[in-house]
Design a protein around this ligand. Structure first.
Ligand SMILES: Nc1ncnc2c1ncn2[C@@H]1O[C@H](COP(=O)(O)OP(=O)(O)OP(=O)(O)O)[C@@H](O)[C@H]1O
Length: 308
């Protein structure tokens, strides 16, 4: 392991015919860290992860995974990586515990499968065939299979997409435990809260390119000093708001329903803005001072909503 990165991607390009899915992407993931690839549908996240897993070939660029080229998923690498694909999948008649024991049998040093079943909240369905599991249970089984072999590096493609909040927290706890054990985790998500809660490093992608990268803290605070943000119905008359703000403060809307007040934000300014909203019969929602959400970061860089 040592100082060598778990994943190093340089100038990755992947084309499908006329479509450029990944367009010069760089990323670095170190051991004991969680990197979240965040972006809207079609941004190139799955394609990037599949190239790193060795399941998809690249058009150009360089990719090193655990010090090797992953093309063709060579045997030596496969044993050191865990993969949770989007959608999962298993033979419909296989039971949860059987499936996990089967995958564990392929590993030299598997985790205790009973512990994993408990940890991921699968004990009540351990004897059910795969076909009878809910989407969230199938997803947790897929995660269990990805990590049972004690991988050094795990790829998780949308790991909590169909989970309820309780299931999501079980998955987050397991990811945190793996990180504490020195495992490198590369996950894709649309879910900002997931990136904010789990990731040490976030890479925001759009149209196959990196539009921003850094820790959640760096991304949400840089450029957000002396600003207050809130959400409210679109089209409020901000000339009226500017009238109640101290000199040197300015408000703007963009895109519709996203408001920003710039200038030194002290308790009086905060109170003035929320009281003004109240007088319009509007509740200022998602109020943030000196900080923006990862969604705002995407919005400000691309002019579009991350979920669009
Ligand atoms: N096998 C394929 N053949 C042709 N085009 C593809 C193929 N796989 C992906 N694409 C296209 O490449 C682009 C990137 O897709 P990709 O699945 O990597 O994005 P994503 O960010 O993972 O999206 P999502 O969040 O919806 O999973 C999209 O325009 C997609 O339509």
């Amino acid at each position: 392991m040592g100082a060598q990165p778990a994943v190093e991607v340089r100038d990755l390009v992947v084309r499908y015919g006329a479509t450029t899915a990944v367009d010069g992407l760089d990323l670095d993931l170190r051991h004991g860290r969680v990197l979240a690839l965040l972006g809207p549908n079609g941004a190139g996240k799955t394609t990037t992860v599949e190239v790193c897993e060795g399941f998809r070939s690249r058009t150009s660029g360089s990719v090193r995974v655990l010090g090797a080229d992953p093309t063709g998923a060579p045997e030596a690498l496969r044993a050191r990586m865990g993969v949770m694909p989007q959608g999962g999948g298993a033979y419909p008649m296989v039971r949860v515990r059987e499936m996990l024991d089967l995958v564990a049998a392929c590993s030299a040093r598997p985790l205790d499968t009973g512990w994993l079943v408990e940890t991921l909240g699968l004990a009540s369905c351990a004897k059910l065939p795969y076909k009878r599991l809910s989407g969230g249970q199938q997803q947790r089984l897929s995660l269990a299979c990805a990590v049972v072999g004690r991988p050094e590096l795990v790829f998780l493609d949308e790991p909590t997409a169909s989970l309820d909040p309780q299931g999501r927290h079980l998955v987050w706890d397991l990811v945190r435990a793996m990180r504490a054990d020195g495992v490198a985790v590369l996950l894709t998500t649309h879910f900002m809260q997931e990136a904010e809660a789990l990731a040490d490093d976030v890479v925001i992608v759009d149209h196959g390119r990196v539009v921003a990268a850094g820790s959640p803290d760096e991304l949400t605070t840089s450029g957000a000093e002396d600003t207050m943000r809130f959400r409210a119905p679109p089209g409020m008359d901000l000339a009226l708001l500017d009238d109640v703000l101290p000199e040197g403060h300015l408000s703007k809307e963009g895109p519709p329903g996203h408001y920003t007040v710039s200038g030194h934000i002290d308790p009086q300014v905060l109170a003035a803005v929320t009281a003004w909203c109240a007088r319009q019969g509007v509740l200022a929602d998602d109020v943030r001072v000196g900080r923006r959400s990862l969604e705002d970061v995407f919005l400000e860089l691309t002019g579009r909503d991350l979920r669009s």
